[in-house]
Design a protein around this ligand. Structure first.
Ligand SMILES: Nc1ncnc2c1ncn2[C@@H]1O[C@H](COP(=O)(O)OP(=O)(O)OP(=O)(O)O)[C@@H](O)[C@H]1O
Ligand SMILES: C[C@@](O)(CCOP(=O)(O)OP(=O)(O)O)CC(=O)O
Length: 404
């Protein structure tokens, strides 16, 4: 008997121009456009298998081995319903293809990194869900068209449907049909851009992005200034910086926008704090690292950015990564030596390089062991991949292989 199934993986993305605020909470339409870098799914990824079968009683989803409820009218249900609808249209237009849009689906997903820890799991997760169902249904949709569906799972997920550098255009239509992701440049355009994720905390955060951003929309006057007068110019400027591979301009805008995002959080009533003392100490280190570099060469060497949590993401040209790891390792000692899980930096032992000439070592105090829980070194990556059936997460009985 034929098995209708597909497996896909999708990457995480980290925004340089932050999405924060919705003008429509059901359709997930943002108050401002945003722009992100897709990170390499060879390192961080969600993998999802979707199967349609006439014997399945209802749609079911397992995430990391545990079944999650698909709530009627919820985000998961909306995405699944939209993809089934598109399959139905294909079936109507092509009478010879199998009718599977009326079968229930079983979906099994796995994140190879901590879920809901501020590492953008909802972005890679919904992108992998949409990519796997689109492959199962053999939809003729473009990544931008699929981004319209992923957006309704989690706003930032729409940017994980493409690799490289991706903008989410806020759109103006009430039905959301123009609120989609477009690729500004593929990964091959600027492969030298690397990222270090500094894992400050792996605990679930206090205020979710979804709740936090609506509190900001309702109470922050600064958000209105950001939406109307700051983000539009930054979107243009950072797109130009990416096209020109101008790291100085890219870094400056990225840091400014992270700062302003956290400023609108502080301007919210009650105020929301996502960064902690460790996050702020990492900012101070990067600022000093850039100061000595600008004094010596006129150029910036690294850019920090923070999402709705204390973890730092540091973007930098590949050549600067050993020095950056060295700085973090010195000020945030671990009980074991930092290692590079992906072997992206070689030759140098982290924590053993000299500081850059003129670096003010007093800029922050050395932290207690364990303030930083880990480092992930990665780089700009590609968009979702359709995998072979040998990578399936569902067994022949239609249940997760991990539970067999
Ligand atoms: N692989 C996946 N498949 C489907 N849904 C997923 C997947 N991974 C995560 N999710 C959904 O995303 C939720 C976590 O999103 P949340 O926004 O709380 O955390 P995060 O994405 O890690 O952090 P942030 O978005 O602030 O960076 C999970 O509870 C789950 O509902
Ligand atoms: C700070 C951010 O990471 C916010 C992400 O918010 P989500 O996409 O998680 O929110 P929902 O649309 O409600 O699911 C900035 C960004 O990724 O642009």
């Amino acid at each position: 008997m034929l098995i209708y199934q597909a497996t896909a993986s999708a990457p995480v993305n980290i925004a340089c121009i932050k999405y924060w605020g919705k003008r429509d909470t059901k359709l997930i339409l943002p108050t401002n456009s945003s722009l992100s870098v897709t990170l390499d799914q060879d390192h961080l990824r969600s993998t999802t298998t979707s199967r349609a079968d006439p014997t399945f009683k209802k749609d079911r989803l397992w995430l990391n081995g545990t079944e999650e409820e698909i709530k009627a009218g919820g985000r998961l249900a909306t995405c699944i319903a939209e993809l089934k609808k598109q399959r139905r249209q294909v079936e109507e237009n092509h009478p010879n293809i199998p009718i599977i849009s009326n079968y229930a689906v079983h979906i099994c997903s796995h994140n190879n990194f901590p879920t809901a820890a501020g590492l953008a799991s909802s972005a890679s997760g919904f992108a992998a869900l949409v990519a796997s169902l689109a492959a199962l249904y053999k939809l003729p949709a473009t990544p931008s068209e699929l981004s319209l569906i992923a957006r309704q799972g989690s706003g930032s997920a729409c940017r994980s449907l493409m690799g490289g550098f991706v903008a989410w255009e806020k759109g103006v239509r009430e039905d959301g049909s123009d609120s989609l992701a477009i690729q500004i440049a593929p990964r091959e355009h600027w492969p030298d851009l690397h990222a270090v994720i500094v894992v400050v905390s792996d605990h679930k955060k206090g205020t979710s992005s979804t709740a936090g951003m609506q509190q900001t929309v309702e109470t922050s006057a600064l958000l209105q200034h950001r939406i109307n007068h700051v983000v539009p110019a930054r979107m243009t400027a950072i797109s130009e910086a990416i096209k020109a591979k101008d790291f100085d301009k890219f870094a400056k805008i990225t840091m400014q926008d992270s700062n302003q995002f956290h400023a609108v959080c502080l301007d919210t009533e009650p105020p929301i704090f996502y960064m902690n003392d460790v996050s702020r100490a990492i900012i101070a280190l990067i600022v000093e690292y850039n100061r000595v570099s600008v004094a010596a060469t006129g150029h910036l060497k690294a850019a920090y950015t923070y999402d709705a949590g204390p973890n730092a993401v540091i973007y930098a040209p590949a050549a600067n990564i050993p020095e950056i790891i060295n700085l973090i390792a010195h000020y945030f000692p671990q009980n074991q030596t930092f290692s590079d899980p992906f072997k992206l930096f070689t030759n140098q032992v982290p924590g053993k390089l000299p500081f850059p000439e003129g670096f003010n070592t007093q800029v922050v105090k050395k932290a207690e062991e364990g303030a930083v829980k880990g480092l992930i070194h990665t780089r700009v990556g590609d968009g979702p991949r359709v995998l072979s059936d040998s990578e399936s997460l569902l067994g022949t009985n239609g249940l997760p292989i991990s539970l067999a």
